[in-house]
Design a protein around this ligand. Structure first.
Ligand code: F0G
Length: 364
């Protein structure tokens, strides 16, 4: 392929424009994680770390396209509801484009790093009394009446950019392993990525670039306290039931009404995938295990590994599978969660002798 752009814009031929508002985004690494691969007992395990995007999450891939569309349309106020990462990405890409940004966040349930980003990049931040779904209801009303341009994943141009996660995974995996992965495991909130990956695969199959049998099984993971997609898959529902009470420390996926479910459920079903719920404890253990291999992720991202573990234990994932787990956001997004999961700092005196003594080391 002859391409000019970097990262996401390498795939301009499958995007609505040749270029966008870019920092640039995409081209994230596909990490080997030998200890986890061995311990979980799968043939291959790779981690696609989307935390290494410019604002620390996959949202940048969607914003580079979405904000370009907003420029084309000549709108002057961009808005989103967010559990944090979308607001950080919108603030950064919106301000780079010189546009006003408004973000609605669920009061008390957004990780510190994400609010800090939205704040410094100059978004107007509204902390709403209510959860994410309430925020999206409100911002959806504002968008319907033309007062703001909506940049949540309900906006199909966001998903166009997020399709490039799929292109990259397939290319990187094939280049390294000579084959495609059997399964992609990813955390699910609004199910935007699930929908975007499915669209990516369908386009590749339609163009003849990928054969139907090489399409990876899309496998979604939710926190047990916010699992309407898992419920819909398990009960074979046409659409998700809205959960009014959601709870999890993986605040990025603390979502009770996944708006992309109509696009994502067929993706899970038709690729032969599934969906599974994990506890906050399982998420925390997985976060530690990834960190032990040098891969720092926020809690929602670790859900992918936690889900894979359960699916290996119950035999849904078999030992011969080649699996890619998607980690969606960087460790620094949620410093409080990292401190809770990790080791505590220790107070020591300000002398070499004192430190030596504290550590129980011998004298020189
Ligand atoms: N992981 C992280 C780190 C996220 O921030 C999100 C969504 C998801 C997973 C779920 O992705 O919606 O495509 O299923 N965060 C949105 C936000 C809701 O506002 O930042 P999805």
């Amino acid at each position: 392929d002859d391409y000019e752009g970097d990262g996401v814009w390498r795939y301009a031929h499958s995007l609505p424009f040749e270029e966008g508002v870019s920092l640039p985004e995409g081209a994230t690494p596909l990490h080997e994680v030998p200890q986890l691969e061995n311990e979980l007992g799968v043939d291959r395990l790779r981690v696609k770390h989307e935390g290494l995007n410019p604002t620390g999450s996959f949202k940048d891939r969607g914003m580079t396209v979405g904000v370009r569309v907003a420029q084309e349309m000549g709108v002057d106020r961009l808005a989103c509801a967010s559990t944090g990462n979308t607001s950080a990405a919108l603030a950064a890409y919106g301000s780079r484009a010189g546009l006003e940004t408004l973000v609605l966040l669920p009061q008390g349930n957004v990780a510190a790093g994400k609010i800090a980003q939205a704040s410094l990049h100059g978004a107007r931040i509204l902390e709403v009394e209510g959860n994410f779904d309430t925020c999206l209801d409100i911002v959806g009303d504002l968008a319907d009446s033309g007062e703001v341009y909506l940049l949540n994943s309900l906006n199909p141009f966001r998903l166009e950019g997020q399709k490039t996660i799929g292109f990259e995974i397939l290319e990187q995996f094939r280049d390294e392993e000579g084959t495609y992965p059997d399964r992609i495991v990813l955390p699910v909130g609004n199910a935007g990525n699930t929908a975007a990956l499915y669209k990516c695969f369908r386009e590749l199959v339609a163009s003849g670039a990928l054969s139907e049998r090489d399409v990876p099984k899309l496998t979604g993971v939710q926190a047990a306290g916010a699992a309407p997609m898992v419920e819909a898959v398990e009960e074979d529902l046409e659409e998700t039931r809205r959960w009014d009470d959601v709870e999890t420390r993986a605040t990025a996926i603390r979502i009770g009404n996944p708006v992309n479910a109509p696009k994502a459920l067929p993706g899970i079903r038709e690729t032969g995938g599934t969906a599974i719920a994990v506890s906050d404890e399982e998420i925390q253990s997985a976060q530690r295990e990834l960190a032990a291999e040098g891969v720092g992720v926020e809690p929602a991202s670790a859900a992918s590994i936690a889900g894979l573990r359960l699916l290996r234990e119950n035999g849904v994932v078999t030992a011969d599978e080649r699996v890619v787990c998607l980690t969606t956001g960087h460790l620094l997004k949620d410093p409080d969660a990292a401190f809770t999961a990790g080791a505590d700092p220790e107070d020591v005196p300000g002398t070499t002798e004192g430190v030596r003594e504290y550590l129980g080391l011998g004298h020189e």
